[in-house]
Design a protein around this ligand. Structure first.
Ligand SMILES: [Zn+2]
Length: 212
């Protein structure tokens, strides 16, 4: 039998590096890779060039939690499956996954020539994190709870933006999201995010530009 190519990664090691140490956590993450068609049951190794896609798939499907009550509470309505990980990989109390996701988003936007990003929905702490982690993109944020825009504001926002992100599960009444519906808002790129959290937003944008 031929030796596996040196560039292959051991799946268990990849998952451990992503924070999944406990056997049940590894199983949960592995199931995501299998569902995404990135590996098959019993396969031990994965081609190195699939690493980025594997991380994206995990980040979209799983919210990593260190298990502290605060972090568990913060993820209660995340929309993704919450899986227990080592603390450095916790999506709430360690920013590393968010940072990686936003870095991927910045790359994908750059490759698509996207510079101006209009985010409709979300809350100020999340906006601040996006701005901090993606300083090369220009953001505008629309609050769904106060300072509500009128249709004219929305037209101007849409004329400005290269990419519109509707952050659906955040506090976002239909009367606001309706101002940005496709027939009212002719924007080059439109992404609707159905999960909470910066990582989920970033990876949904990546998926739009780099469909697997
Ligand atoms: Zn945590």
């Amino acid at each position: 039998m031929a030796a596996p190519p040196a560039s292959d990664l051991v799946i268990a090691h990849l998952l451990r590096d992503e924070g999944f140490r406990a056997p049940e956590s590894q199983d949960a993450a592995r199931a995501v890779l299998e569902a995404a068609g990135l590996t098959r049951p019993k396969k031990q190794r994965i081609a190195a060039e699939k690493l980025e896609r594997a991380r994206d798939a995990i980040g979209l499907a799983i919210a990593r939690s260190c298990g502290s009550p605060e972090c568990e509470a913060a993820l209660a309505d995340d929309g993704r499956t919450v899986v227990r990980v080592e603390k450095p990989a916790c999506v709430v109390c360690s920013g590393s996954n968010n940072r990686r996701g936003v870095r991927r988003m910045v790359q994908a936007c750059r490759a698509a020539g996207v510079d101006r990003v209009l985010v409709v929905g979300g809350r100020p702490p999340l906006w601040a994190e996006l701005e901090r982690e993606a300083p090369t993109l220009t953001f505008r944020f629309v609050d769904g709870t106060s300072n509500l825009p009128n249709q004219n504001d929305a037209f101007q926002h849409c004329a400005w933006a290269d990419l519109l992100v509707i952050w659906a599960p955040s506090p976002l009444p239909h009367k606001v999201s309706g101002l940005y519906r496709p027939e009212m808002c002719a924007v080059a790129h439109r992404v609707t995010v159905h999960r909470r959290g910066v990582e989920a937003l970033a990876l949904t944008v990546v998926q739009h530009f780099e469909p697997s």
